[in-house]
Design a binder for this molecule. Structure first.
Ligand code: AMP
Length: 539
């Protein structure tokens, strides 16, 4: 066979050649919708590669982004990686100090940003000496006044022709860089090679994974700054799917408007996004157009959420698991033929797991001594991964992460069964140790979310004078619903082991979330640190 390198540029070239008239629709940061095609996008990506050359960006240099999901961000992905430089997506929801740290650690040469993030850029710029150019992703008419010497992306593009040939180079070259959200310690950079990115795209386009096709319209709600929107910006042009990019409009109303107007068939995002969208659908008594398949991951999708989306809306839910270090797709939930004959309850138990291992990746669970545990769906242990798109080393952090016999330690605790279905029990640092036994905070949250008055639930283990740690349940009520702590505990009592029952329930207006939309457990533990100690253990 020929030895052709697996390069990111081949994806956009393919989309131009075979899906040239397929649309990319964007909700612009400046307002209004923007519509063009893969052919237009490919032309502008080639122009942008010439812009990078003119600005002195060399192969291997990092081009940072602070941007929503939009067509300009999409072009930056392809222009930057395509020319052999590295597209470094920075999460603009992080604290300014973290943003400055990440840009400084990566030594970004250029940073492109959406207008929303002008203030952030102005705050961090003095701390980012490596950045030679700050590029506002907009046109001249919208270019804001700033003390910084900003470049205007549309002006830069207008000055260049599209006569550019994508270079060929080693497929192991880095294409993209993304830092972990790092709720503790400094964020760590994961470099994605062209090869890993391509193999990941092939894998997520398999029918039992995301299964994008040239008949689909896909809307990644998951941000392009969160593990490359789970690889959808690569998988969509590969499959020739129409792409809808929601820009800054991530509230339920804005998303539903796009789902309906563009007849979206595939979406992807974290559970909290769907909780908000579902609240909007219920309030307005709306039905989304079908078919609609949604990929939910990033944190555990509760059975209540899965059932509501399927039962109320007829949406097909595929629950998946992954992490920045696994590109991210590791598992995804679809049934096998044999499940058709299973009783409903047993089928549902499979359906609500984090899903089956993708081909191209391997998972195993081990005990504290590193011994592999049985794949029986019951034994739980440290989840480890290896595969074509699993991180083998962090960017500029020699010796990290430490691999165990070539396996990456995910920091999750999980079960595996004989068919490769994986169930997350907890993050290692969130699992609750009580009187020498383990309690899964994730499972308690899932049960609590099944109560009709609960909008959001979080469980954390807090220091306890007698039991080492005991669970505390924090609940945000659904508007117009009421429930007392006692009623909440009664509801749980029927569904969990007696010693799992939280000692107390507190109600809150909101639960702190991380920059990637996960429950910020470190913060919650801080807020409630002395709860059981003060209460003398009575809870
Ligand atoms: P990040 O690298 O920020 O995407 O975070 C990865 C972590 O999110 C994983 O190690 C898990 O702890 C968590 N996670 C991702 N998907 C799921 C899921 N479906 N269920 C439970 N936890 C998840």
């Amino acid at each position: 066979m020929m030895q052709r390198p697996l390069l990111v540029s081949s994806l956009i070239r393919h989309a131009d050649a075979c899906h040239g008239d397929t649309e990319i629709v964007t909700r612009l940061t400046e307002g209004g919708l923007h519509r063009y095609t893969y052919r237009d996008s490919h032309r502008r990506a080639r122009q942008l590669a010439r812009v990078w050359q003119r600005l002195g960006v060399q192969a291997g240099d990092r081009v940072g982004t602070l941007a929503w999901n939009n067509h300009r961000h999409f072009e930056i992905y392809f222009a930057t990686s395509g020319m052999g430089a590295i597209c470094h997506t920075v999460n603009p929801r992080l604290f300014p100090e973290q943003v400055a740290y990440i840009i400084g650690h990566a030594e970004d040469a250029v940073v492109c940003f959406d207008l929303t993030f002008l203030k952030l850029v102005e705050a961090v710029a003095p701390k980012c000496p490596s950045v030679r150019h700050w590029v506002a992703m907009t046109d001249r008419a919208h270019l804001p006044a700033s003390a910084l010497p900003l470049l205007c992306s549309e002006d830069l593009l207008a000055a260049e022709g599209d006569g550019y040939e994508w270079p060929e180079f080693d497929e192991l070259t880095a294409a993209a860089l993304c830092y972990t959200s790092g709720t503790t310690g400094n964020p760590k950079g994961v470099l994605y090679s062209h090869r890993a990115t391509l193999l990941h795209a092939y894998a997520i386009n398999l029918p039992d994974v995301m299964g994008l096709s040239a008949r689909d319209t896909v809307l990644p709600v998951v941000p392009m700054f969160h593990v490359n929107a789970w690889g959808i910006p690569y998988a969509a042009p590969q499959a020739g799917a129409k792409l809808v990019l929601p820009g800054p409009g991530l509230d339920g109303a804005s998303l539903c408007e796009l789902y309906c107007a563009e007849k979206v068939t595939i979406t992807a995002g974290v559970p909290t996004i769907w909780l908000n969208t579902l609240a909007h659908l219920r309030e307005k008594n709306l039905r989304l157009p079908l078919p609609h398949r949604t990929i939910i991951g990033g944190s555990a999708a509760s059975a209540a959420l899965i059932h509501a989306l399927e039962g109320e809306q007829g949406i097909e839910v595929r629950h998946g698991w992954g992490m920045t270090e696994t590109s991210p797709a590791g598992t995804i939930n679809t049934f096998k033929a044999k499940h058709a004959g299973w009783p409903a309850e047993r089928r549902d138990a499979v359906h609500c797991t984090q899903g089956r291992i993708l081909p191209g990746i391997e998972l195993r669970i081990v005990d504290e001594e590193g011994r592999e545990l049985p794949r029986d769906g019951r034994a739980f242990g440290q989840l480890q991964a290896r595969g074509h798109w699993v991180c083998g080393g962090y960017f500029r952090m020699p010796g990290e992460p430490q691999l165990a016999d070539g396996w990456f330690n995910t920091g999750d605790v999980a079960t595996l069964d004989e068919d490769g279905y994986m169930r997350i029990v907890d993050r290692t640092k969130d699992i609750i140790k009580s009187g020498g036994e383990w309690i899964s905070s994730v499972e308690l949250e899932n049960v609590a979310l099944g109560h009709p008055a609960v909008a959001l639930a979080a469980v954390v283990g807090l220091p306890h004078p007698r039991w080492e740690e005991r669970p505390l349940l924090v609940v945000v009520k659904r508007p117009g619903h009421d429930v007392t702590a006692e009623q909440m505990l009664d509801f749980l009592r029927a569904k969990v082991a007696k010693w799992w029952l939280p000692d107390a329930v507190v109600f809150a207006d909101a639960i702190p979330l991380t920059a990637t939309g996960k429950i910020y457990k470190t913060k919650l533990r801080e807020i409630h640190a002395g709860f059981y100690m003060k209460a003398g253990g009575a809870g």
